[in-house]
Design a protein around this ligand. Structure first.
Ligand code: S3P
Length: 218
């Protein structure tokens, strides 16, 4: 919540500042008092290709929230594509800036949907953090759909082999399965699980809007 410093007194030429709140925060605080669990941030999670970056901005527009894509924010901050960050610095480095930027963005986010990368919550610490900070929505799709959506794309470093070569066919499917197996126990702890496999985007948005009513700040 942004604090505004207002000078309210002056002694011997020195200003004293009193912490006060923005009028909008007072309205939000009263909403929060009536509904203590209400949240101001929605985190979209799910495997690569699950539609987080497509559904996120449409959902945000529908419910009057802002939208931020964490991967895009990382690329902007680093001045490099995700592929280049992985190739030059490795996954560990990516994970540390991913977590750092996530907290930075969430700290000042207000009525915002934040779309996370497929691996962001695949650890207890970050999962706990997002669950405590906002409503977590998991866009769930099956391995066949993931394969269909991603096999022709070269922009996912996690779907390359150890030499950085693109995977395809059975090796790609095996990689998707292995990552999905590892990550599903984390994804499944979301507050809302939305199956998107054979759903039109409009239907997903409608259902999510209904589920979110009462859980988020209007
Ligand atoms: C990753 C998913 C990507 C991106 C990075 C790592 C992962 O995001 O964060 O390539 O580990 O699953 P998307 O899920 O938006 O593709």
């Amino acid at each position: 919540m942004p604090d505004i410093l207002i000078p309210h007194d002056s002694i011997a030429g020195l200003f004293f500042y009193e912490r006060t709140t923005h009028p909008q925060d007072i309205v939000e605080d009263s909403v929060k008092k009536q509904h203590p669990d209400i949240k101001r941030i929605i985190f979209l999670i799910g495997f690569m290709g699950s539609g987080k970056s497509t559904i996120g901005p449409i959902l945000a527009n529908t419910i009057g929230y802002s939208f931020i894509d964490l991967d895009a924010a990382i690329e902007h901050r680093e001045g490099k594509k995700i592929n280049e960050i992985f190739a030059e610095h490795g996954e560990q480095f990516f994970r540390s800036i991913e977590r750092e930027l996530l907290e930075e963005i969430a700290a000042s986010a207000h009525k915002t949907i934040i779309s996370l990368g497929g691996g962001t919550v695949a650890n207890e610490g970050t999962l706990r953090y997002v669950k405590a900070t906002g409503i977590v929505v998991y866009l769930k799709i099956g391995e066949e759909q993931i394969y269909k959506r991603l096999h022709a794309k070269g922009d996912r470093p996690m779907l390359r082999d150890e030499n950085g070569n693109l995977l395809n066919g059975e090796p790609l499917m095996a990689k998707i399965r292995a990552l999905l197996d590892k990550r599903t126990p984390y994804y499944d702890q979301a507050d809302i699980i939305m199956h998107t496999d054979d759903k039109k985007i409009g239907m997903t948005i409608d259902e999510l809007t209904k589920h979110l009513r009462g859980l988020i700040e209007p």
